[in-house]
Design a protein. Sequence first.
Length: 202
Amino acid sequence: MNIMKKIIIQFFIALVLISLVVIVVGGLILVFTNDDLWDEINDISESIVTIFLENYFKNASFEKVIIPDSIKSIGEYAFYNCRALQEAIIGNGVKELPRSMFNGCISIKTIVIGSNVNTIGDDVFYNCSNIEKIIIQDLSQWCNMVYSPLYSTMPYSNEYDLYLGESAVTDLVIPSDVLAINKYAFSYCKSIQTVSFHSALE
């Protein structure tokens, strides 16, 4: 009888442990579809993740994404069709926004571009018709931004306000270290009211 009791007790202990494991794992899975939990896992991401693979968050339902500086590469279509996404903050480790990264993110309004981004791929913002604000860290970086040669039309589908940090760019002064402005740099940018060029600009 004592042996039977021990078996029953051990069975229930094992059941409790399995339930705890399921809860923990389930919580980690929810991180990728829940905005609040996403913020909580950022510290973990910084230590174990360096690449977001292709279609990594396709069709996810979070409203905000913060890509930590530890992320160095993002796969094509990474946030494809994330229709609830409203804000994306891209860390300073990323150099390229790959093809169709935000394609189909119909609710996205604010995008923060990391300081090291130098290339915007094909159709990154395709079907993103509600963008209101793009925030950059460096004006020279934005002037020199390289856009995919596959673009046959404008990379942005609606007018938006360009911000340098916390300030809207209204009186645009081209930096002296910019010798040429790449195509599309200020297309559809409605916040700009005046532009000042320097003599060395090509």
